[in-house]
Design a protein. Structure first.
Length: 311
């Protein structure tokens, strides 16, 4: 059942509702209605309490309740103003047996990137980790990373930023000078047995309403590209798109192809087995890059990819 707090918000969104009528409609006590209204005000919702009853006036720009309100995906959102790493917190929740929870933060003080790198995550970004318990084999897990890249790229384009995906999961924006700047990074972590994933944490770092000067070299932000976004709406769009894709994993690779910047380019991929250089010609489920090299076709399932200038 929908949380009572959401039902309070739904009820007062379309006009004033007197407290007693609200209590009747939601089948709770008047004291409970009052408690929910106060909690929502504390969370930043502006609610009028005039003679006609309670009326929702405005929704906060960010936060757990704000993102959950009107979200068309079955995620609970745990919000933190500041936290070391949303991925670390999601892993704790995984240990507690939770699923379909999103840990969201305004700022991270110990953000983690791929390959043990640090991830700069100042206040104003969208730093989130989605905890899932999918019934798939571990080998399929890269598809969730691709899904996160697709979801974020779609949301960025809706916000007027012409983003594209570099294999496997960097969301980039052209810098107008033949190069590209990084808008989003994704760090997927998981635990499982040979045949079955136990949990997956998909960590998405979106440089949203932050100055590019506060990020590492080579990074950009939504603010720098097209001005500040409404982070509540942006986060909802990412979660909704991600939910659609994870519900139909076969749809991920075709969607990724449509948004990819890597296909058709010369690439150098640093893989655990050595360097692969050639033209990236396709991607196969769950995220394998197909590269035409001088020595024939090579399939790469993991590695660091660099776009090379055409020869
Ligand atoms: C990369 O190296 O490109 C991946 C960066 C992933 C950063 C995100 S921010 C939210 C989540 N929490 C973390 O500590 N890391 C990921």
């Amino acid at each position: 059942m929908q949380k009572t707090r959401h039902r309070v918000l739904d009820a007062i969104a379309d006009g004033p509702v007197p407290g007693p009528a609200l209590a009747d409609r939601l089948d709770v006590s008047r004291a409970a209605v009052w408690k929910h209204i106060e909690a929502l005000r504390d969370a930043g919702f502006s609610i009028d309490g005039g003679d006609d009853g309670y009326e929702l006036v405005s929704i906060p720009e960010f936060g757990g309740e704000a993102v959950e309100f009107g979200l068309d995906a079955p995620f609970e959102v745990e919000y933190h103003d500041t936290i070391p790493s949303t991925n670390d917190r999601a892993r704790e929740l995984a240990d507690e047996g939770r699923e379909d929870v999103v840990v969201l933060a305004d700022e991270q003080t110990g953000g983690r990137g791929r390959l043990d790198r640090a991830w700069t995550a100042p206040s104003g970004g969208i730093w989130l980790s989605i905890l899932l318990r999918p019934t798939v084999p571990p080998a399929d897990a890269p598809a969730f990373t691709l899904a996160a890249a697709v979801a974020t790229t779609r949301a960025a384009r809706e916000a007027g930023v012409d983003a594209a995906i570099k294999w496997p999961n960097d969301v980039l924006v052209a810098d107008g000078d033949g190069g590209q700047r990084k808008l989003t990074g994704i760090l997927t972590e998981m635990e499982g047995e040979a045949d079955r994933v136990s949990w997956v944490v998909v960590g998405i770092g979106i440089n949203a309403n932050v100055d590019a000067a506060d990020l590492v070299d080579g990074a950009t932000s939504l603010r720098a590209e097209n001005g500040d976004v409404n982070r509540r709406v942006f986060t909802q769009r990412v979660l909704e798109e991600f939910h659609e894709l994870r519900s139909n994993l076969d749809s991920v690779v075709p969607a990724w192809r449509d948004l990819a910047d890597t296909l058709g380019r010369r690439v150098r991929v640093d893989t655990p087995g050595g360097e692969v250089v050639g033209e990236a010609v396709d991607i196969e489920f769950p995220g394998t890059l197909v590269v035409e090299t001088d020595d024939g076709t090579v399939r790469v399932s993991a590695g660091d990819c660099e776009h090379l200038r055409p020869v």
